[in-house]
Ligand binder design. Sequence first.
Ligand code: FE
Length: 135
Amino acid sequence: MVNRKKIIKTNEQWQIELTPDVYYICRLKGTESPHSGKYCQHFENGQYQCACCHSPLFSSKAKYETECGWPSFYEPITDISVDYRRDTSLEIARVEAICSTCHAHLGHVFNDGPKPTGNRYCINSLSLKFKAEEK
Ligand code: FE
């Protein structure tokens, strides 16, 4: 059963719950420095959850190695886990990826990814929390 519930909190509430760096990335749409994130070169089996609301976002199965500097996935864990917004903050229009449950900023989606989707979900490590697969 896929969770469709929404978690809506004010920035003031999030600021109390989150560390300053997670708050900056997820609630103020920050971007961590390339190659700085703890999940860039992380390839264990498991699930990457939202750092704010713990909803499952990506499977390690869709993670792939890239030199772009951020953890990259070719698809979200389900069709409704991630929502999209048009981001025109730079000169080139981009597609922003957000957690569909709590609307945390995750990163952006580009169309230079590998098969089978051709998409690259370029995601800040700080917006994710890894949960290892139970053995
Ligand atoms: Fe979330």
